[in-house]
Design a protein around this ligand. Structure first.
Ligand SMILES: Nc1nc2c(ncn2[C@@H]2O[C@H](COP(=O)(O)OP(=O)(O)OP(=O)(O)O)[C@@H](O)[C@H]2O)c(=O)[nH]1
Ligand SMILES: [Mg+2]
Length: 460
């Protein structure tokens, strides 16, 4: 056992609900709860079999009943933390929950820190770090697709894939070390040529996995979608139309939106974080100026840009200037106000808007929105198509470790190409192996672990 104390916390959200759960984990769990629990069948919890539910009451030192509860008892090791765990189902509501929690603390448990339960599950070896992160993602998932991705990761799909890649490296490392330690077994052929192909294949697979990282991140956090354009083209109207609610203020005064307005949109399971921005123009108004700066930042941070043009007014110099700012971005051009009729000739469209999808619609009349949603959804579907074997990376920490693993592997391949002896390869091979391991949390520094778990809610 790694931990000698027993932790307790309220694991359900604070507020009024049908039931609320207090979770306790650690070697003294059962004896602690036994002190404050009176089972209706008069039995002591110490003698109750694992994975059973017992009805009774929580009682304080003075003998007063605090709540009527169900006690779910799970003995180690078949529990979330691999320690003895009890969950007390109380009546929902902050007062009974806090009262019961305080009795449990008085009886010898310690108040859990954020993420303490999951940290124990990790450090006691029940789950690896990729799975820890998956739990966090499940809790925070925005749509069904984000949830499905997180569940796959929790099931260990990514972890198994990484292990398989590590095994390939391990075998090569072993062969090199044998040939270094026992040179008498050396063949005439240099050994490196044996595994050159294996390493190139591995590199290709790692690069494929890396390509999934951006899509994985977008599925997890939402596709950051900046709605931009000069003032009055209908950006806020489009936001409202997509959300089917009046989230942002719409008026016919140019410069209405001053701050970035954010909202989540779920398109058939794909989450989008929409950013309605201030219309970009030269202005002396201090507030609007700050808004314009924020619009520009939104463009930089966006995964996808919806570039609005007032099709009834035509493409203006202001629009053309703005086109410069979205260079290098994934852009959909929205020809808005189509209900008023378009004045933009086809050749102008072709010359200026050649590098992105063009969708004609009316935000005000809610016309053409299904097509826009379809195109937005396809943007993710394309990325997901590339994903090998359905495994995706989903966060920056994993992505950085993978990039490091790739860099080390490239050094190995480079060294083989220029004919360096095999003992020069070992260090980079080991590095690559180690970086892969970090994706699933092997040999991770304590401070990273603490930082990670601090992002959890209490009781998880
Ligand atoms: N006819 C028509 N009018 C529209 C359409 N979309 C927006 N408008 C009108 O255009 C005006 C400006 O709309 P907004 O949505 O506030 O424009 P915006 O781009 O957010 O403007 P700023 O916030 O000032 O940058 C309003 O009067 C809208 O009713 C459309 O599709 N058709
Ligand atoms: Mg606006």
């Amino acid at each position: 056992m790694l931990f000698d104390d027993t932790i307790a916390a309220i694991s359900t959200p604070i507020g009024v609900g049908g039931i609320g759960i207090i979770r306790i984990s650690g070697s003294d769990t059962i004896s602690i709860v036994d002190k404050v629990f009176r089972a209706a069948n008069k039995k002591s919890l110490l003698n109750i079999p694992s994975h059973t539910i017992t009805y009774g009451h929580i009682v304080n030192a003075a003998g007063n009943v605090l709540d009527e509860v169900l006690v779910m008892l799970m003995r180690a090791p078949k529990t979330f933390t691999r320690e003895d765990v009890i969950e007390i189902n109380c009546h929902g509501g902050p007062v009974p929950l806090n009262a019961v929690l305080m009795e449990v603390i008085k009886a010898g448990a310690r108040l859990a820190d954020q993420g303490d339960f999951t940290k124990r599950a990790f450090l006691n070896g029940r789950i690896d770090l990729a799975q820890v992160e998956a739990i966090m993602d499940i809790i925070e998932s925005k749509t069904e697709l984000s949830l499905a991705q997180a569940v796959e990761q929790l099931e260990g799909k990514l972890s198994r894939q990484i292990k398989a890649y590590q095994d390939i490296l391990l075998q090569i490392i072993a062969r090199i070390e044998v040939s270094i330690d026992y040179p008498e077994y050396d063949m005439d052929e240099p050994i490196t040529s044996d595994f050159q192909q294996e390493l190139s294949d591995l590199l290709e697979n790692l690069n494929l996995l890396l390509e999934t990282a951006d899509t994985g991140k977008m599925i997890r956090e939402g596709v950051k979608t900046a709605i931009i354009g000069r003032p009055n083209v209908g950006k806020s109207s489009l936001l409202n139309a997509l959300l089917e609610e009046n989230k942002a203020i719409v008026t016919d005064i140019p410069g209405t939106t001053r701050d970035v307005v954010e909202a989540y949109l779920n398109i058939e399971g794909v989450p989008f974080l929409l950013l309605d921005t201030a219309g970009i123009r030269e202005t002396e108004d201090i507030v609007e100026k700050i808004g314009v700066e924020r619009s520009k930042t939104s463009i930089e941070e966006a995964d996808l840009v919806l570039f609005l043009i007032d099709t009834h007014a035509g493409i203006t110099d202001q629009d053309i200037e703005l086109l410069d700012q979205v260079r290098g971005k994934k852009v959909f051009y929205i020809l808005n106000k189509a209900d008023l009729g378009s004045v933009i000739p086809q050749e102008i469209i072709e010359s200026y808007l050649s590098n992105g999808e063009i969708i004609s619609l009316s935000a005000k009349q809610h016309e053409g929105l299904p097509l826009l949603k379809q195109v937005m959804k396809n943007f993710i579907a394309e990325g997901k198509g590339k994903v090998s074997g359905g495994v995706t990376l989903s966060n920056r920490r994993q992505k950085e470790s993978l990039i490091n693993a790739i860099t080390s592997l490239e050094k190995v391949i480079e060294a083989i190409t220029i004919g360096l002896p095999e003992d020069c390869l070992a260090i980079d091979l080991h590095d690559s192996y180690g970086h892969l391991g970090m994706i699933v949390g092997e040999a991770l520094k304590d401070e990273i672990i603490s930082e990670l778990f601090s992002r959890f809610c209490l009781g998880k």
